[in-house]
Design a protein around this ligand. Sequence first.
Ligand code: AMP
Length: 204
Amino acid sequence: MKLIILGPPGSGKGTISELLCTKFRLFHISPGEILREEVKKETTIGREIKKYIDTGHLVPSQLVVEFVKLEIQRRKNYILDGFPRTVEQAEAIQDWNIDHVLYLDLDQEAVVRRLSGRRVCTKGIHNYHLTFLPPQNLGRCDIDGSPLLQREDDQPAVIKERFKVFTVETKPVITYYKQKGLLRTIDASGTPEEVYAKILKIIS
Ligand code: AMP
């Protein structure tokens, strides 16, 4: 199965992707994570990428498509988390035979509420929320035990910019997949369990 999961920042793409990967043994591809890894390496390209991420802007599409292609190789079952985010990216993968495009729909107010409380493990893989999804041990990841951090781009001004970028750049991708009959829109305002249950109904 090949899935795409889209939605504004904070709509729960990462959390839902993890659940779907476990259930359906999918390979999880998150350009956000790949790009943050590159930033951590402090390469020349990593320093360039950091400027885009820290200000809430999209990294140039050509580069992101290259990273995703390298990750995907010849895999048959995967979920693309937060990709494609522009029509240019969507067109670059038009022959990938995607089964469903899951769109987690959430308004801006809820986005700000969620992201300001979000914490991620030091490895940048596992997500928590101070109110909605607290870790069992305060300040530590339940899965790998690493300290929890707040992402640089989860600051209020950057959150607003990211939502704006989503509206301008990624909403047309939603329309693109709607026209292709692949779009499944899910109200993402509930708990992760509620949203996940709705998705299972759709794809099974
Ligand atoms: P995410 O972890 O998915 O919220 O992504 C964090 C940041 O990585 C975004 O705000 C962008 O700067 C960058 N990014 C992630 N996915 C993409 C993409 N498909 N195209 C361009 N930039 C991306």
